[in-house]
Design a protein around this ligand. Structure first.
Ligand code: ADP
Ligand code: MG
Length: 238
C-alpha cells in the first residue's frame, strides 16, 4: 500500500523560501494532480518525494516507511520527466530495458517486463525502431515504458505532456488515464494545465506560492472552491 505522506515540509534555497510548510496525504492508488502557477514549487515538491532534493525540514513517508533520507533508487518511485531523454542510438526495446540492465536483472525477466510495458503502451510494433523514427507521442510512451518496467509503487510525472501539441496531449491524457486503470499504482502528476488536472485527477491539490490552497476531487473544487484563487484557477464561476 504505497500511499505518500508529507508532514511539515519546508524547503528553502538560501534566502528563498519556496515551501513554507506543507502537509499532504496522497492515497494509495490515487491519481493525484498537483496544479498551480509556474514557480509555485510543484517541481520542487515532486523532486523531494523522488529524493532528488532534500527537504529543509519535514518528513516524507511512502507506504508508511520514512524515506526522508533514503536514496532515490530505494523509494519505490519512478519519475517521468517532460524531456524524454531517450538514448538516440538505442532501439525502443533497449531504451525501455536500460534501467533493468543497469540493475543487473536477469535477461529472461527483463524481456518479460519490456514485453509487458510494450503491451500496456501499444509499442509492440516499434520495439526495433530508434527514437528518431518515432512521433512525439510514441517517444513519450517509451519514456513512460522506462518507468513501467521497474514496477514502481509510485509514479511521479513532471509536466510530461507539455512538449506535445494539443491533439497529442489530448490523446496522451486518455492513455495516461488508461495506464492508471490498468496498473493501479499511485500517481502524482504535476501540471500547470487546469484541463489536464480536471480530466486526469481523482484528487487535485491546488498550490500557490508553496502552500496548498485546497485539496479535493475535481468537481468538488469546481463546485465549492475554497478561495478566489482556486475559483479563478479551476475556472468555476463565482
Ligand atoms: P514550479 O515547478 O511550480 O514551476 P519550481 O518548484 O520549479 O516551481 O520552483 C519554485 C521556486 O523555487 C522558483 O522560484 C524557483 O526559481 C526556485 N528554485 C527551484 N529550484 C531551485 C534551486 N535549485 N535553487 C534555487 N532556487 C530554486
Ligand atoms: Mg516545474
Amino acid at each position: 500500500m504505497a500511499d505518500v505522506q508529507l508532514a511539515g515540509i519546508i524547503k528553502t534555497f538560501g534566502a528563498l523560501t519556496v515551501i513554507p510548510g506543507l502537509d499532504l496525504k496522497v492515497p494509495h492508488g490515487s491519481f493525484t494532480v498537483l496544479v498551480g502557477p509556474s514557480g509555485c514549487g510543484k517541481s520542487t515538491l515532486l523532486r523531494m518525494i523522488a529524493g532528488l532534493e532534500d527537504p529543509t525540514e519535514g518528513e516524507i513517508r511512502i507506504g508508511g516507511r520514512d524515506v526522508t533520507d533514503a536514496e532515490p533508487s530505494d523509494r519505490g518511485i519512478s519519475m517521468v520527466f517532460q524531456s524524454y531523454a531517450l538514448y538516440p542510438h538505442m532501439t525502443v526495446a533497449q531504451n525501455i530495458d536500460f534501467g533493468l540492465r543497469l540493475a543487473k536483472m536477469p535477461a529472461a525477466e527483463r524481456r518479460e517486463r519490456v514485453a509487458e510495458a510494450a503491451r500496456i503502451l501499444s509499442l509492440e510494433d516499434y520495439l526495433d525502431r530508434k527514437p528518431g523514427q518515432l512521433s512525439g507521442g510514441q517517444r513519450q510512451r517509451v519514456a513512460i515504458g522506462r518507468s513501467i518496467v521497474r514496477h514502481p509503487e509510485v509514479f511521479l510525472f513532471d509536466e510530461p505532456l507539455s512538449n506535445l501539441d494539443a491533439a497529442l496531449r489530448t490523446q496522451m491524457r486518455v492513455e495516461l488515464a488508461q495506464l492508471h486503470q490498468s496498473i493501479g499504482a499511485t500517481m502524482i502528476y504535476v501540471t500547470h494545465d487546469q484541463v489536464e488536472a480536471m480530466t486526469l485527477a481523482d484528487q487535485i491539490v491546488v498550490m500557490k506560492a508553496g502552500r496548498i490552497e485546497q485539496v479535493g476531487a475535481p468537481m468538488e473544487l469546481y463546485d465549492r472552491p475554497a478561495t478566489e484563487f482556486v475559483a479563478g484557477f479551476i475556472g468555476s464561476p463565482r
